[in-house]
Design a protein around this ligand. Structure first.
Ligand code: ATP
Ligand code: MG
Length: 558
């Protein structure tokens, strides 16, 4: 599927049916992140689904901060979430909301449930509530406070709100069925006492609603028609519907569950990602190795690639794990048709071209994208001193070696066939320090069809007319497909080669003034992104977005 083709899935089929039957005429979805961390690629799936449906059905998608839990860093997270959704290419228009803005309405509805005998104040501790909940095979034990009168419950609930009781000493519970086979219906907790400052409501509240009590009611308040959530909420759906029934609201949102995205070689829970940040195992939420939207953006991913990936993985009802390869291949595919080519020597080895005059500079015209000439070209200066990749030379070549070695020829990309005529070494270490070579002036070609049979083509830059660059070679953050599985501390499974910094790389002259956030394919290497924070004109810093081919598990890039 290419981007823009309208996907189909079981959720869209439900919506189609709801529109056809006249149940709804306007589709309203929502994306409800809890502002307790940065968004990750799993959230991107939900964003593409919810905002994609709103776009395709000309409906609305609300951005709702699910901030029923007071969290200290909320403001930073709210800003980051908004930036990430916009960057992915979606817009909520006027429809930005906070669940905390519904606290008063939720409270009023809770009082109504109490008056109707459908909720009660329980004096048991959280621990006792958990212990008396029963199991899948045994019913729960009713609380001794279950049959308080509505008047007593109302009085106690108001005093809970008023701050009369210590944290955790009482809860408000829905009065449903302690013997229900669905544990979520065994008198679920609606409110807890927690004296915590809320970034939006300050110290106004010392009782906070639970997810179950807040979520469906928030959906109803906003007129959401289809409330899409991940599979773990499937067993909560009867409760979602029960609460809506009790508050007697006319508008009935419908909860539909879909499988969450799991991806190999990474972790995808905000709690674990937060641990990586807090423990300093990565440089921050936007570390280019993080599966966060901010990290992927900083790495050099494009929003198009992420949207296309989300289209491709589809939306299903059964949990599965997607291979990281699929994400990386989708990325390569999109960059292949969008990133200009450039030459960058990662670990330079000097070559002196003996039959090229000192001071002579020829400007070779080279297309940025040989497949699409319309994208233009740049000049590659050719000079007597060049740099080639150290690993493209082998003094004693192994069998089948197709690159440079003494007496052998290679083609220089966009330029001449070059023959190695001599090797200089450091007398103490034996390290090769310089190559001597000659070029065949008859072979200059941007399109090497001159009939010459040479082993391979290598990249190069002019030594004096190239620029130094720093490369950050990123690899997968974890060395195992399933970090944290089997009770292993996921922090011990970080790939020690997930970041290698290469100083002293050389980029071709055209990239001397590269601007932050530009993307290139460094030929034979991979796709690179001028780091938006650290790259400077004259001192570029490039992040490896993804190597050209899948080098994972074979040899690290570089
Ligand atoms: P995490 O477990 O990573 O902290 P969460 O579900 O607690 O995630 P929320 O901020 O509550 O994070 O999620 C906002 C929305 O994104 C929810 O509707 C949730 O279902 C969805 N979502 C979260 N993780 C994924 C995922 N891996 N795949 C698809 N949707 C997801
Ligand atoms: Mg959550």
């Amino acid at each position: 599927m290419t981007e823009g083709t309208r996907p189909t899935n079981f959720i869209r089929q439900i919506i189609d049916a709801d529109l056809a039957s006249g149940k709804h005429s306007l589709v309203v979805t929502r994306f409800p992140p809890e502002p307790n961390g940065y968004l990750h690629i799993g959230h991107a799936k939900s964003i593409c689904l919810n905002f994609g449906i709103a776009r395709d059905y000309r409906g609305r998608c609300h951005l709702r901060m699910d901030d029923t839990n007071p969290a200290k860093e909320e403001a930073e997270y709210v800003e980051a979430i908004k930036q990430d959704v916009h960057w992915l290419g979606f817009d909520w228009g006027e429809d930005a909301y906070h669940a905390a803005d519904y606290f008063e309405q939720l409270y009023q509805w809770a009082e109504a449930l109490i008056r109707a005998g459908k909720a009660y104040v329980d004096d048991q501790s959280a621990e006792e509530v958990r212990r008396t909940r029963g199991t899948l095979t045994a019913p729960g034990t009713p609380s001794p406070f279950r049959n308080r009168s509505p008047a007593e419950n109302l009085d106690l609930f108001r005093r809970m709100r008023g701050g009369e009781f210590p944290d955790g000493s009482r809860t408000l519970r829905a009065k449903i069925d302690m013997a229900s086979p669905n544990l979520n219906l065994r008198d679920p907790v609606m409110y807890r006492i927690r004296r915590e400052h809320h970034p939006r409501t300050g110290d106004k509240w010392c009782i906070y609603p639970t997810y179950d009590w807040a979520h469906g009611q928030s959906d109803a308040i906003e007129g959401i028609t289809h409330s899409l959530c991940t599979l773990e909420f499937e067993a909560h759906r009867p409760l979602y519907d029960w609460f809506l029934e009790q508050i007697g609201i006319e508008h009935r949102p419908r909860q539909i569950e879909f499988a969450r995205l799991n991806l190999t070689y990474t972790v995808m829970s905000k709690r674990l990602l937060n641990t990586l940040v807090k423990d300093g195992l990565v440089s921050g939420w936007d570390d280019p190795r993080m599966p966060t939207i901010a990290g992927l953006r900083r790495r050099g991913y494009t929003p198009e690639a992420i949207r296309l990936f989300c289209d491709r993985i589809g939306v299903a009802k059964a949990d599965s794990t997607v291979e990281m390869d699929l994400l990386e291949n989708t990325l390569r595919e999109t960059l292949n048709v969008s990133a200009p080519r450039a030459l960058c020597v990662h670990r330079p080895l000097k070559v002196v071209v003996e039959n090229w005059d000192e001071g002579r500079v020829d400007q070779i015209d080279a297309l940025f994208m040989p497949e699409s000439p319309a994208t233009g070209s740049r000049k590659l200066p050719f000079t007597r001193e060049l740099f080639i990749e150290r690993e493209d030379f082998m003094e004693v070549p192994v069998k089948g070696w197709r690159r440079l070695s003494p007496g052998k020829e290679v083609r220089l990309r966009h330029a001449y066939v070059l023959r190695c005529t001599g090797v200089k070494k450091d007398s103490s270490t034996g390290e090769v320090t310089e190559l001597r070579a000659t070029i065949d002036p008859e072979t200059r070609s941007a399109n090497p069809k001159d009939g010459r049979k040479v082993g391979g083509t290598i990249h190069w830059v002019s030594a004096p007319l190239s620029s130094p660059a720093t490369l950050r070679l990123y690899d997968r953050l974890f060395q195992v497909a399933n970090p944290g599985a089997g009770e292993i501390d996921f922090r011990t499974q970080i790939n020690p080669r997930s970041l290698q910094v290469v100083e002293g790389a050389r980029v071709e002259a055209a990239l001397a003034a590269v601007k932050p956030a530009e993307r290139y394919q460094f030929e034979r290497k991979g796709y690179y992104f001028a780091d938006p924070k650290d790259s400077r004109e004259g001192a570029p810093v490039f992040n490896l977005i993804v190597p050209l081919r899948d080098t994972w598990g074979k040899s690290a890039a570089g």
